[in-house]
Design a protein around this ligand. Structure first.
Ligand code: ADP
Ligand code: MG
Ligand code: ZN
Length: 210
């Protein structure tokens, strides 16, 4: 058993709560890892609840779904406060996906839940498409007992994908999408100023097919 698992077991024996953050770029397996952990708790008959931001309805409204199509039921909520109110007394493990789409109160809510003995696992993007800290994930990482940093495979060269590259013209911070709107990139291939010709060609091809 690795040391993180040993410490987690100690926490559980003592009935203590804790916070874990699973952070990384898009396609790095954050949702997959969250789903894997939740599934294992359920196998052990430990009561879980999973939450997601209501604005993320890409695959399903009330499920967390990974790019590899693994999924688990999830409650859509519009704010951290709504999340806190929805946590049931009997729940031991609270999972949250797409934590970066929550308001800044998520850190306080996670602290309250952990102080109350819950095990809180939050997955989310640590940086936005310009490589800036994507709050509240960085703040949550400062309050977390455990941090799992996940890397994707760079879509360009196969190297360690640390960044999320946006393909397209939008300046909006939140543009929901998957393969067509974003790529994982390594530090050599990532370029927030990248010219958009590739994307324009792709879009023309997509339109031609429709
Ligand atoms: P995240 O939640 O971090 O966006 P997911 O858990 O939804 O990631 O998806 C991870 C899965 O995405 C991988 O298991 C793999 O099947 C698929 N995938 C597609 N493109 C990539 C990539 N460039 N790097 C890693 N995984 C990828
Ligand atoms: Mg995800
Ligand atoms: Zn690369």
């Amino acid at each position: 058993m690795n040391s993180a698992a040993t410490v987690a077991l100690m926490h559980r024996r003592a009935g203590q709560g804790w916070i874990e953050v699973i952070a990384g770029p898009m396609f790095s397996g954050k949702s997959e890892e969250l789903i894997r952990r939740i599934t294992r708790y359920e196998l052990a008959r430990i009561p879980t609840q999973v939450f997601k931001p209501a604005l993320d309805d890409r695959y399903a409204v009330s499920r967390v779904v990974s790019h590899s199509r693994l999924s688990t039921p999830a409650v859509p909520v519009s704010s951290s406060e709504e999340l806190l109110k929805a946590v049931e007394d009997r729940t031991v493990v609270v999972g949250v996906d797409e934590g970066q789409f929550f308001d800044g109160d998520l850190t306080d809510v996670a602290m309250m839940l952990a102080d109350a003995g819950k095990q809180v696992i939050i997955a989310g993007l640590d940086t936005d498409y310009l490589g800036r800290p994507f709050e509240p994930i960085p703040s949550l990482m400062l309050r977390a007992e455990y941090i799992t940093k996940s890397l994707a495979v760079c879509h360009r060269c196969g190297g360690p994908g640390l960044f999320t590259q946006r393909l397209g013209q939008s300046d909006e911070l939140v543009v929901l999408g998957a393969t067509d709107a974003y790529e994982a990139r390594c530090r050599r291939c990532y370029d927030p100023q990248e010219p958009q010709q590739d994307t324009l060609i792709d879009l023309t091809e997509v339109e031609a097919r429709v």
